[in-house]
Design a protein around this ligand. Structure first.
Ligand SMILES: CC(C)(COP(=O)(O)OP(=O)(O)OC[C@H]1O[C@@H](n2cnc3c(N)ncnc32)[C@H](O)[C@@H]1OP(=O)(O)O)[C@@H](O)C(=O)NCCC(=O)NCCS
Length: 387
């Protein structure tokens, strides 16, 4: 007997009201709303509210939610001091995972009920950008910049990271990136968060596990790898040869392919436009190079495997962040700044579902293919008898 299903592809494990992907049509909805509408009309804050509370806020609700987020942006000074003890070349995802987990140790918090979980969700959404920006300043020997309450979530992060307040166009581009990354049904990190939450572990614990899952290059780590790839290739006329060689060697091209979409990822479409727009402004080669990566991978996939492949969310976000002067190794932490809204919504749904079928503790079945010495089991030899 062998495993029937690799990687749980296509297996339905729980109900959700939070988001849905139509992989054939290339559509993504959050709580019933098409993400393309949200990117045009909404903000990250409003989208986070929608994901958490299942409805768009009215003006008063949004003002209150914003005020709570702004109040919660600060992280303990002691935490920032402790960050100073880390190696300056430590991976920002490791640092983020550790300090999100550590939040539980800094505050005396109630986790057991749904209302308290919403407060934790706001705390997480507000504090993740501050943790990342603080680390960016600390590791570069720069003074930490406190959050600015007059700035939006998107603008405040860029400001805390760089010390410069972004112009409205840059703020909008970054805000759209945050909206697009906020949720994506049962992707690896969200499923991790739900799985941890299904044990009734608390929200910070579930979110820190999700950060670990996001860090891998087959998931959120892909956007960092895309930029490393572009930098390694260096110029547009080397793209084709580089991609062909890697694909012939059986390597995966980061930012391409998706477990669910069988057509263009709608997020990649929006990001492609934004990257193109930014490139017109900055005159940098990264957008054109990324387009070449896309077309070469598509044609190589066709000729090598007779399969279609499309860009995913990570392909064009890499060049956008680079043109926004964000350090390459912060690409994946930035994914977390946004995705934490989705994780929090899923953790709450997992733990506090009111209607049947209620989620249960996840416990899949494994197919044992290990040692077998007969029905009695293998003979146990004491240490002195083993060779
Ligand atoms: C995302 C990803 C894991 C989805 O994979 P999947 O649905 O499991 O697709 P499969 O693993 O079934 O791949 C199908 C085939 O396409 C190939 N393939 C998939 N993605 C590829 C890529 N990015 N580059 C080259 N080949 C790829 C696989 O090698 C496989 O070929 P095979 O059948 O000869 O073994 C995969 O596309 C990938 O590794 N992409 C690169 C990492 C990335 O960008 N991740 C971010 C996702 S949002």
């Amino acid at each position: 007997m062998e495993t029937k299903n690799i990687g749980l592809r296509g297996i339905e494990v729980a109900d959700t009201k939070i988001s849905n992907i139509d992989g054939e049509k290339g559509k993504l909805i959050y709580r019933g709303f098409d993400i393309l509408d949200l990117t045009k009309n909404s903000t990250f804050e409003e989208t986070a509210y929608l994901l958490l509370y299942d409805q768009l806020p009215n003006k008063q609700e949004l003002d209150e939610f914003n005020a709570k987020l702004v109040d919660a942006r600060y992280i303990p000074k002691q935490m920032q001091k402790n960050m100073g003890n880390w190696r300056k070349d430590a991976d920002p995802m490791d640092m983020l995972q550790a300090f999100v987990s550590a939040l539980a140790g800094y505050y005396d918090e109630e986790f057991s009920n749904k209302d308290a979980s919403y407060e934790k969700a706001i705390n997480l959404i507000a504090k993740v950008p501050t943790i990342i920006a603080s680390w960016q300043r600390i590791r570069n020997g720069l003074d930490i910049i406190d959050p600015d309450s007059s700035l939006s979530h998107a603008a405040n992060f860029l400001y805390m990271m760089s010390g410069e307040k972004p112009d409205p166009e840059v703020e909008k581009i970054f805000d759209v990136c945050l909206i697009l990354h906020a949720d994506h049904t049962f992707n690896a990190s969200t499923f991790t968060a739900r799985q941890v939450a299904s044990t009734r572990a608390h929200m910070y614990s579930a979110a820190s596990a999700a950060i670990g899952a996001l860090s891998g290059e087959l998931h959120g780590g892909a956007n960092t790898e895309v930029m490393k790839m572009l930098l390694e290739i260096g110029e547009i006329n080397k793209v084709e040869g580089w991609i062909k060689e890697r694909m012939k060697a059986g390597d995966r091209i980061m930012g391409m392919g998706h477990a669910v979409y069988r057509t263009y990822d709608p997020r990649a479409q929006v990001l492609k436009e934004l990257s193109g727009k930014l490139a017109e402004k900055t005159k940098e080669p990264w957008f054109a190079m990324t387009e070449k990566v896309e077309t070469t991978t598509i044609s190589e996939m066709k000729s090598q495997k007779e399969r279609d492949i499309y860009p995913n969310v990570d392909l064009y976000s890499a060049s956008i962040y680079y043109m926004l002067k964000i350090p390459v190794d912060l690409n994946t932490p930035i994914f977390a700044i946004s995705r934490v809204a989705g994780w929090a919504a899923h953790i709450i749904e997992e733990k506090f579902a009111e209607a049947a079928p209620k989620p249960a503790l996840y416990r899949p079945k494994a197919v044992y293919v290990g040692k077998y010495c007969g029905p009695e089991g293998c003979e146990y030899k004491t240490l002195d008898l083993r060779k």
